[in-house]
Design a protein around this ligand. Structure first.
Ligand code: CMP
Length: 139
């Protein structure tokens, strides 16, 4: 089933000029980048995006990090895109990520872990509309 997922290339990766290298891993995995924009997140946008984590002890640190430099927001399309991208990203903690995954290759820590990907198709839809209108996604 062709589906879409939402991705963020995080500040640790954009700061190190890794956008192209991350995108190469995404494309080599058979996912198509059907929308992409480099933006500076506002604090309000980051807080809304990570609302489900607002009671977590790391919430403040997470929001500070996400607004510390530009991010690249993306829509990825492909067969089982949500699960496929989660495989391509690797475990949240790079110390546990499998070889060849984006986080194993590039992430610095559990917080500065280079990429975000939606955890379900339902959340992908919720996340995509926060950053893209339908006409900005060209499949
Ligand atoms: P992400 O997929 O963007 O969704 C929530 C994020 O919280 C997660 O990736 C991690 O980057 C971050 N996170 C999870 N655990 C911790 C932690 N212990 N300290 C800091 N950030 C964390």
């Amino acid at each position: 089933m062709t589906e879409r997922t939402f991705s963020i290339i995080k500040p640790d990766a954009t700061k190190r000029n890794l956008t192209g290298k991350v995108n190469a891993v995404i494309e080599d995995a058979g996912l198509r980048i059907v929308a992409q924009r480099r933006i500076q997140l506002s604090r309000a946008q980051a807080e809304k995006f990570y609302e489900i984590h607002k009671e977590r002890p790391f919430f403040g640190e997470l929001v500070d990090f996400m607004i510390s430099a530009p991010v690249v927001v993306q829509v990825l399309e492909g067969e089982n895109a949500v699960a496929r991208y989660r495989d391509v990203m690797g475990a949240t903690n790079p110390a546990q990520a499998a070889d060849g995954t984006i986080r194993k290759l590039f992430a610095e820590s559990v917080g500065e872990n280079s990429v975000h990907g939606s955890d379900s198709a339902e959340n992908a839809a919720i996340e995509i509309v926060q950053f893209f209108t339908d006409d900005q996604i060209v499949g």
